[in-house]
Design a protein around this ligand. Structure first.
Ligand code: FAD
Length: 288
């Protein structure tokens, strides 16, 4: 089985301490030769400038292809497009185009009166510029806004038809969840690559809370396993085993790309990637 192509998601730092953590994360993971890395865009557009600075700096200093996340939340079309244009000017030509969540305190997403109404509109408009390779989000388990069980597949098809060239999924716990979704996408005529989003579990309680918010089913067996591992002080080992096995099953099932949600904590991601047979490329000048 050939080694997979891998990619990493980072988030932009909001303090000096967080800046150091991001750079340590990038430094630890860049030698694993990712095919691209991505940087998130804070909920409600709160990290507009920080995302831009993190994207541009990683692009400049590491020469890695960087995909900048961009959402429609709380911005006019003109403002959103200006952000995209600034990326193009900085040589960043990959965008993860998202609708985004409701800003804090709001119950659901409401478009800005002069903004993009949804992700399809954003993708269409970015595609028309001809300047970007566009990736989008995908949901193997029902997104909280999905009207029915097929909605996430039909909506993804619309995003691909609008000009996106690949999709990255929300995280999930079992490989079959991904395979069922992939099969449904193929049946619906989606031929763009769908890259599984992998969340290495560095805090089980944190992941459970996050899963509840985004509609990912937590398997009871995994919950029990983490409870037992916590009593024995072996959570790290369980997290490594679970994530490596999940990736391995995906690869056995024909997956060629894995996208890791690093949460700016490089260690577990690095261990999983190494367990999958990817070794860091050492730059001689840096060790001499
Ligand atoms: P969409 O795919 O547009 O919508 C999600 C689902 O809602 C659809 O599958 C469909 O079922 C339904 N839906 C939505 N609109 C319609 C419509 N008009 N008609 C019919 N059905 C509709 N959030 C951030 O704030 N910043 C980030 O950087 C960020 N990065 C992400 C990266 C990835 C890979 C993923 C998967 C998610 C990310 N998110 C991020 C979270 C994302 O913003 C939320 O999940 C948001 O609620 C949906 O955004 P989307 O573009 O994926 O939604």
């Amino acid at each position: 089985m050939p080694a997979p192509r891998i990619s990493f998601e980072f988030f932009p730092p909001q303090s000096l301490d967080a800046s150091f953590r991001l750079w340590e994360t990038v430094q630890a993971l860049a030698p694993m030769q990712p095919s691209f890395v991505s940087v998130t865009y804070g909920a409600g557009g709160t990290t507009r400038t920080l995302t831009h600075e993190a994207v541009s700096t990683i692009h400049r200093n590491y020469g890695l292809p960087v995909a900048a996340h961009l959402t429609c939340v709380d911005a006019t079309r003109t403002e959103t497009l200006a952000i995209a244009e600034a990326y193009a000017a900085a040589g960043v030509t990959e965008i993860v185009a998202l609708r985004g969540d409701a800003p804090k305190g709001a119950a659901r997403f409401v478009p800005h009166p002069l903004g993009f109404a949804n992700s399809v509109e954003l993708v269409e408009t970015l595609a028309r510029t001809g300047k970007f390779r566009i990736r989008v989000g995908a949901y193997p388990e029902p997104h909280p806004d999905a009207a029915d069980s097929r909605a996430d597949v039909t909506w993804l098809k619309r995003k691909i038809d609008a000009g996106a060239s690949s999709a990255i999924t929300q995280f999930f716990f079992e490989a079959d969840t991904f395979f069922r979704f992939r099969d449904a996408c193929v049946k619906a005529g989606i031929d763009a690559p769908i890259i599984p989003g992998i969340l290495p579990i560095t805090s089980w309680q944190g992941v459970k809370n996050f899963a509840r918010r985004c509609g990912a089913q937590v398997p009871a067996k995994l919950d029990e396993a983490f409870a037992t591992a916590a009593r024995d002080g072996r959570e790290d080992l369980l997290a490594l085993t679970h994530c490596t096995q999940l990736c391995d099953k995906l690869l056995q099932g024909g997956v060629e790309d894995l996208h890791f949600y690093t949460l700016n904590r490089p260690q577990l991601t690095r261990e999983v990637v190494r367990a999958l047979g990817i070794t860091p490329e050492v730059v001689l000048e840096k060790v001499a």
